[in-house]
Design a binder for this molecule. Structure first.
Ligand SMILES: [Zn+2]
Length: 134
């Protein structure tokens, strides 16, 4: 694993400690982030998107069909992942850690951190490269 990605994962794992034992939906609510479920598919480069975070609207969109592929905890996994993107945009501590990475790698770093955040939070074991949650 490249060092940047391992460093990114540590940011996600560290950030998750504040939320362990809380449900992602409750945390979204307390952070003022709405969660909307939609039935239509959203394909990006041929991949079915599972969820996305809309910064301007402070909203997480869950694509039901894509989420279903994640299994019974799909919604919790997706909301946790997207909440990291919310924190990356709104939490100064997390944002400053991400800014330490070069601009060209930052999107990939944030994805790896978001995945590690969700995985640690929900105590699941998922290959960090697997889910195409953006
Ligand atoms: Zn993501």
């Amino acid at each position: 694993m490249p060092p940047d990605i391992e460093a990114a994962r540590q940011i996600g794992i560290g950030a998750a400690q504040a939320y362990v034992d809380r449900h992602p939906f409750d945390v979204a609510d307390s952070l003022g982030v709405r969660v909307n479920r939609v039935d239509h598919d959203h394909l990006v480069a041929g991949l079915r998107l599972r969820a996305e975070y809309d910064y301007d609207a402070r909203k997480i969109v869950l694509y039901r069909h894509g989420i279903a592929e994640l299994g019974e905890h799909g919604e919790a996994i997706a909301v946790a992942h997207e909440l990291f993107h919310h924190l990356a945009a709104t939490d100064d501590t997390i944002a400053s850690k991400l800014r330490a990475f070069s601009r060209s790698t930052r999107a990939g770093v944030e994805e790896a951190a978001a995945h590690a955040f969700a995985t640690e939070w929900l105590r699941l074991t998922i290959d960090p490269a697997t889910p195409n949650i953006s």
